[in-house]
Write a protein that binds this ligand. Sequence first.
Ligand code: ASP
Length: 328
Amino acid sequence: MNSAVIAIHGGAGTITRAAMDAQREREYTEALEHVLREGQRVLAGGGSALDAVTEAVRLLEDCPLFNAGKGAVLTHAGTYELDASVMDGATLNAGAITCVKRVRNPVLAARAVLEHSEHVLFAAEGAEAFAEAQGLELVSPDYYFTQARHDQWQRARATAGMALLDHDAAALAAQAARAKQPEGTDPIDPDRKFGTVGAVARDARGNLAAATSTGGVTNKQVGRVGDTPVFGAGCYADDVAAVSATGTGEMFIRTVAAFDVSAQMRYAGLSLEESARRVVMEKLTAINGRGGLIAVDRAGNVTLPFNTEGMYRGIARVGEPVNVWIYG
Ligand code: ASP
């Protein structure tokens, strides 16, 4: 296997067939397919893995179905705080931003940090000032607004103030609608909620890259930072593997999940698939970490493990049809 390939995810969580109607399922499938085709096009044109993942995540941020950029979830205060990261496996160059409130495409700001700064991670106003100085588009918070996330946030607030993973919150809404109960009265399992988007790619030269972007978890405390902008946790790429994660960010930070996929391959000689499986199915679950990751290695192998009911995900190899999946 030696071809260029891109894989993407749109978050993991309680995504069950029962909580989805046909129309919504089609919307997600079409959105994922579109993004994969665009990523595939970048790679087919000789573009780098870094360019492919940046473009894929930019498109996912612009799509309101996913919890990143437009469609991001709200903090406990009803504000938006977005995180994003990009890493180039060929050089170990990396860029990330966290807690930004006005950057239209956080992944482009992360990419600008990677390319134009001696630093790796910028936060809040400093990140916004950097993005603005780089000529990136700033928006008012209204830009991120979607009614669905707003309703989700209100339900989460009504339920003991717990932070909720995006797709778990969506499942809860569907469940409440089916049961014809007032949505705010449903019990929310605190372990069942995620969103986030990401991409990993291997280009024709064999170089790897990863990118991840998120609004975080619904109803999170202001100033909370998850795994997405933390290299080694929610995003990592070197010359062994590229990884983008989604799930309970705190656990991905504590297990250094994304780095561990590469490390187990390098130091213990595991395959990509076995390494990723151990991280998601053993190490994360051991501390009640929920979610999944997407990963690609230098040979172009791809694996997409998750320990939740579903994960929006897909793979596109150059010259082959795209494949998209939602459920387990
Ligand atoms: N990992 C993200 C975070 O903790 C959330 C998610 O994947 O939905 O911010």
